[in-house]
Write a protein that binds this ligand. Structure first.
Ligand code: S3P
Length: 430
């Protein structure tokens, strides 16, 4: 599919974004292995989170969406920690790295073998990062060429592990903690920089024996989880597209409601404010251990800057949209220490550079970073999403500031995390 996006004169209104993708995956997996029924409000509408639900159904866990007071609520009938059953068919993680990597931690501990695969993008993503710690816990996993999906996971009793993550990855941390839930003794994960801690919070919320310290998470195996009512905050990484859209479109004033503001995710707001963005937090509350608030964003003069080290890891999903902001900023944007971008849904360094150049923007790339001089403008053109949701959405936002209508090719990629994305643009453009 293609989508045509015309330049906007300004953005106004009040919008919501889908439930957080990371939290939705975790709630789907954990309520499946909890005792009793859970109700999950605001579960992500994105295809990735539906891949997780489909995998859990194949493992014997029933779920259904029911209308409660005009809202779609997900009901999951948990099977208990040892209640999953072998799947007749191979599991399909679709485009979702989070699904295959985190679920591997649970599957490694089951008394059966599971094969899990995904789409052509997932088939190229590195899995050794989860195979290594799970192997050290006792699991046996086979992979294509020793490192790519499909994975064949031979479940077995696991033992605890003290593991130092070689890469900053919340998916790998979560995988090891989920395996640790089943393992004998204590499992400790030490991370080089802080990554999102939704797994630790959700595990604690459902009754696991977890300790959270900066850069160290510990879990004791053997606890039972108990199902409950959970609310998923809106996804800040999805809100990021509209934050940048409002910052860069003239005379904009936008409110985004019920956005997740977990401190391990809000480096984006610090980066934007540090560059001069006018973003206000309007109403903050805590639900299920996660922070939720409303954001008000207005057109701002953006200075630009350098993103590196731990900050790069903390805004890794937002780099595509920050690149758009960088080109329109006064001093440009330099992103360093971003090797992980090369192994996301596509090679995002190349995808960003390719599309910026198509729009007439100067950009320099290295193996681990990207440099975009400021004060540039976007020429109307055709954009390639490369089947990557964040590339499709970032360049749709760039198109709002272009000198004419742009076409996004494979625009449907957006539905991996944000099926309502183009409708939301139409709702707020002037
Ligand atoms: C995620 C962690 C990050 C992020 C991804 C979601 C998660 O990946 O890029 O979109 O839900 O834990 P890595 O753990 O590979 O850095």
């Amino acid at each position: 599919m293609t989508e045509q996006i015309s330049p906007a004169k300004g953005l106004h209104g009040v919008i919501t974004v889908p439930g957080d993708k990371s939290i939705s995956h975790r709630y789907a997996m954990l309520t499946s292995i909890a005792e009793g029924e859970s109700q999950i409000h605001n579960y992500s509408t994105g295809a990735d989170c539906h891949s997780t639900l489909a995998c859990m159904r194949s493992l014997g866990v029933e779920h259904e969406f029911k209308d409660v007071d005009g809202r779609s609520v997900l009901f999951v009938r948990g099977k208990g920690i040892h209640g999953l059953s072998a799947s007749k068919d191979q599991l399909d993680a679709g485009n979702s790295g989070s699904t295959i990597r985190m679920l591997s931690g649970i599957l490694a501990a089951q008394p059966f073998t599971t094969r899990i695969a995904g789409d052509s993008s997932l088939a190229k993503r590195p899995m050794r990062r989860v195979m290594t710690p799970l192997g050290e816990m006792g699991a046996r996993i086979e992979a294509a060429e020793g490192q790519f999906p499909p994975l064949t996971i031979h479940g077995t009793p696991l033992h605890g592990l003290d593991y130092r993550l070689p890469v900053a990855s919340a998916q790998v941390k979560s995988c090891v903690l989920l395996a640790g839930l089943y393992a004998e003794g204590e499992t400790i994960v030490r991370e080089p920089v802080i990554t999102r801690d939704h797994t630790e919070i959700a595990l604690r919320e459902l009754g696991a024996d977890v300790t959270i310290e900066p850069r160290v998470a510990r879990i004791r195996g053997g606890a039972q989880l108990t199902g409950k009512m959970l609310v998923v905050p809106g996804d800040l990484s999805s809100a990021a597209f509209f934050l940048v859209a409002a910052l860069t479109s003239r005379n904009s004033d936008l409110i985004i409601t019920n956005v997740g503001l977990n401190p391990t995710r809000t480096a984006l707001l610090d980066v934007l404010r540090g560059m001069g963005a006018s973003i206000k937090l309007l109403h903050i509350e805590q639900v299920n251990g996660e922070i939720i608030g409303n954001l008000q964003v207005k057109t701002s003069r953006i200075k630009g800057g350098v993103i590196e080290g731990a900050t790069t890891a903390a805004v890794i999903d937002e780099v595509p949209i920050l690149a758009i902001l960088g080109a329109l900023s006064e001093e440009g944007l330099i992103v360093r220490d971003a090797a992980e971008l090369r192994v996301k849904e596509t090679d995002r360094i190349d995808a960003i550079a390719h599309n910026l150049r198509r729009m007439g923007v100067t950009v320099h790339t290295t193996e681990t970073g990207i440099e975009i001089p400021g004060r540039q403008s976007f020429q109307a053109t055709e954009i390639d999403s490369f089947g990557d949701h964040r590339i499709a959405m970032a360049f749709a936002i760039a198109a709002l500031s272009a000198d004419g209508p742009c076409t996004i090719r494979e625009s449907e990629a957006a539905s991996v995390s944000f099926p309502e994305f183009y409708a939301t643009i139409r709702q707020i453009v002037q």
